[in-house]
Design a protein around this ligand. Structure first.
Ligand code: ZN
Ligand code: ZN
Length: 193
């Protein structure tokens, strides 16, 4: 894993900005978004500066996961951006901005574009829909999956699907699950019921 990939596991939520950068400690570098954390061999360029303390963290990382994660079956739903067509075109009225502006001698106005309903794009056309990568379907992130009797939000697990050779260890008592991948390990929080 390179630093850019590690950073994709940091939080992009402005209210969690202390989680917006990876940090190092001991032999490892870490990144977390508050729902899952990954640990890789230390990058010399990433300084110390742990933003969170998690009790029993060493214990969670000291497990060898054995179950392949890819057994998860999850449903997809129609992409709302392209309405399932996989194709979009830039809105000609707002040029993709989703809003239009006017001004006169008295005021400046900024309103949602009525042609595209503020989306910036229209369904159908030449361009591949970025939201669904042209597939017309996206993962239904509101669904949960059951792993060994413990429920996880798909939205929480999804970032780890793209890691190579992911395996997971799920604890019945619903503490974080531990996962491994080629190049590192991580922990992921189950859904609180
Ligand atoms: Zn789409
Ligand atoms: Zn528009």
């Amino acid at each position: 894993m390179d630093i850019a990939t590690l950073k994709t596991f940091c939080s992009s939520d402005p209210s969690r900005n202390r989680l917006s950068n990876p940090w190092s400690e001991g032999d490892y570098s870490y990144a977390t978004n508050g729902y899952l954390m990954v640990r890789v061999d230390r990058f010399p360029d990433i300084p110390n500066g742990k933003p969170v303390t998690l009790e029993r963290m060493e214990e969670y990382f000291n497990v060898v996961p054995e179950t392949p994660l890819l057994i998860i079956k999850y449903k997809k739903q129609q992409c709302g951006v392209c309405e399932g067509s996989g194709r979009i075109s830039r809105c000609p009225e707002c040029n993709g901005l989703g809003m239009v502006t006017f001004d006169n001698a008295y005021n400046n106005y900024e309103v949602d574009c009525k042609t595209c309903d503020g989306e910036g794009s229209l369904v159908g056309g030449k361009e591949k829909c970025q939201e669904c990568n042209g597939e017309g379907k996206i993962i239904d992130k509101s669904q949960t999956v059951d792993l060994d009797g413990v429920q996880f939000m798909v939205a929480t697990l999804e970032p780890i699907f793209k890691l190579p050779n992911v395996k997971i260890f799920v604890r019945k008592e619903c503490a974080p699950a531990t996962f491994s991948f080629d190049g590192g390990m991580g922990i992921v929080m189950p859904m609180k019921v």
